[in-house]
Design a protein around this ligand. Structure first.
Ligand code: NAP
Length: 383
């Protein structure tokens, strides 16, 4: 089949059937928006809680995005949230499952799908820090995907076919941050960093933070968020050796705040580098950071870190959609009186920070041959 991708890329490839777990939530809706008409993937199965099961997607979902719910998806039935027991006459569940579940639910359900032979591409925090589960942003640490071969579900069955696995993407604030940090870590090393976030309300799911709590207000607490950011940055920027990730040896301190912004997280960062770098060297590190160039991945932005020189940018309303919502925008680079440099980064929390990140992870897995359960190549690397 010859298809044209949304971003002008031509591919000869059968579209693979995929499923979405948690399809009715904020991230689930983004999955539908991003996967509808995706050149490599076709939405074939949707599931959510038992409250939604058996309804059409149109009945079950309170659609909150500014593009219409696709008619084909609206007519689909929300299936039971299990890899077994599909209603009579339905096709078996797809081998690729995008998951957008709360952590408690993910902890119970994701292993069941991996054990049933599915590639589970997850947004949840439930397994991010587990030793053999890759926590991946493809521009930052695609090599960590090799960890899936260590997962118990992956062992070949009696017929020799490799089994399923879980791959995760980070917390929505950690993603924008590590995109800005990776080029600096590569060239200069990072000794310590301080980050203070202003996080959009859509990051809390739907209905999320009550309007009476957030309107005209800032809430200086997001449960577990500071801990997640600190530990995830260490794993994402860590190095893989002997089948384990050695965490980045840097001090990280995060303050996380919820603000009355609909979409797009803003982060103020101060950083101390191991080797001194000039302003020009920092800007060059960001500008020359194109680790996925030539891979022709439909969701990868051409320039993952975009610098804006304007004195008052980046701003979430103006900059969150750069790179189709997949780029991180940096700006306000200036010397820091406490550490070396300080800057601001903005990224879209439900696209780059969630569903788009997972779709890009799946595209890399496709390129590596790790979605071909019959012929996966454990030693494949992205070159
Ligand atoms: P959400 O809007 O609250 O949606 C939760 C989804 O999970 C809904 O589809 C819900 O279905 C479903 N669900 C609840 N219980 C279930 C069960 N027992 N079995 C199957 N499905 C069940 O949450 P969200 O914002 O989309 O977040 C989903 C996950 O992504 C969370 O782990 C979150 O931390 C993570 N994440 C979110 C963001 C963000 O910016 N929002 C960013 C990064 C990561 P019903 O409609 O039937 O209740």
């Amino acid at each position: 089949m010859h298809v044209e991708a949304g971003h002008g890329i031509l591919e000869d490839m059968e579209r693979r059937r995929v499923g979405i777990l948690g399809a009715t939530g904020m991230v689930g809706q983004r999955f539908i928006q991003l996967l509808n008409n995706h050149p490599w993937f076709e939405i074939a199965w949707l599931a959510a809680s038992e409250r939604s099961e058996g309804k059409t997607y149109g009945e079950a979902c309170r659609w909150k995005l500014d593009t219409p719910m696709p008619a084909r998806i609206a007519a689909m039935t929300v299936m039971p949230n299990t890899p077994e027991a599909q209603p009579a006459g339905e096709l078996p569940i797809p081998k690729i499952i995008f998951a957008a579940l709360d952590a408690d639910v993910a902890r119970e359900l994701e292993p069941k799908f991996a054990a049933a032979g599915c590639a589970v591409v997850s947004n949840s925090s439930a397994f991010r820090m587990v030793e053999d589960v890759p926590l991946v942003v493809p521009e930052v640490n695609a090599d960590h995907l090799a960890l899936i071969e260590r997962q118990s579900w992956r062992r070949p069955s009696a017929n020799g076919l490799p089994g399923g696995y879980i791959v995760t993407n980070p917390n929505c604030s950690a993603i924008g941050l590590v995109l800005a940090l990776k080029p600096l870590e590569e060239r200069f090393g990072i000794e310590s960093l301080f980050v203070s976030t202003m996080q959009a309300v859509s990051g809390a799911g739907y209905p999320g933070v009550a309007s009476l709590d957030i309107l005209g207000n800032v809430v200086p607490f997001i449960k577990n968020e500071e801990e997640k950011m600190q530990e995830e940055v260490g794993k994402l920027l860590g190095s893989l050796a002997d089948g384990k990730v050695a965490l980045l040896d840097a001090k990280v301190s995060a303050h996380c705040n919820r603000v009355a912004v609909e979409d797009g997280h803003t982060e103020c960062v101060s950083i101390k580098l191991r080797t001194k770098a000039s302003r020009e060297q920092v800007l060059a590190a960001w500008a020359e950071f194109v680790p996925l160039a030539g891979q022709r991945l439909p969701s990868a932005p051409e320039q993952p870190v975009e610098f804006d020189a304007a004195v008052d940018r980046p701003q979430p309303r103006l900059d969150r959609m750069r790179g189709h919502g997949m780029a991180a925008t940096v700006g306000r680079l200036r010397e820091c009186n406490l550490l070396d440099w300080k800057f601001v980064v903005v990224s879209h929390n439900t696209i780059r920070g969630a569903a788009g990140a997972a779709v890009l992870n799946a595209e890399v897995l496709a390129r590596l041959g790790k979605l071909e359960m019959k012929s996966a190549r454990p030693d494949a690397v992205l070159v």
